[in-house]
Ligand binder design. Structure first.
Ligand SMILES: [Zn+2]
Length: 112
């Protein structure tokens, strides 16, 4: 008999109850806030490092920004694994959300 998959809260891994919406990913508002705040704080630093990489190459090379971004990511990943929480949203989900909300242009047919 196939094992039934139990959906769990993305932040604390508490199994989501039978009555939860199919789209629910958190057990409650505190977990959703914790997840979003962690990503917001991490993302703010990465944003500036990324923009330096993209638009100030000399500075990025001098400071080894890519290497520092990798070190940050490794530290965050280790923390998340230790706590047993998911580190990130799948890229496909993020790109779909960005396109659906108009924050990322859909590729023109000639560029697909
Ligand atoms: Zn939770």
């Amino acid at each position: 008999m196939p094992k039934k998959t139990v959906r769990c809260c993305r932040e604390c891994n508490t199994p989501l109850g039978e009555g939860c919406k199919a789209s629910a990913v958190f057990c409650g508002i505190p977990c959703k806030a914790k997840w979003n705040n962690r990503r917001k704080n991490r993302g703010a630093d990465l944003y500036d490092l990324w923009m330096t990489m993209r638009y100030d190459r000399d500075e990025a090379k001098r400071l080894e920004v890519w290497k520092e971004m990798c070190r940050l990511s490794e530290g965050w990943r280790a923390e998340d694994v230790e706590q047993g929480i998911k580190s990130f949203e799948r890229a496909g989900v993020v790109i779909t959300r960005l396109k659906d909300t108009g924050r990322l242009a859909r590729a023109r047919p000639d560029r697909i």
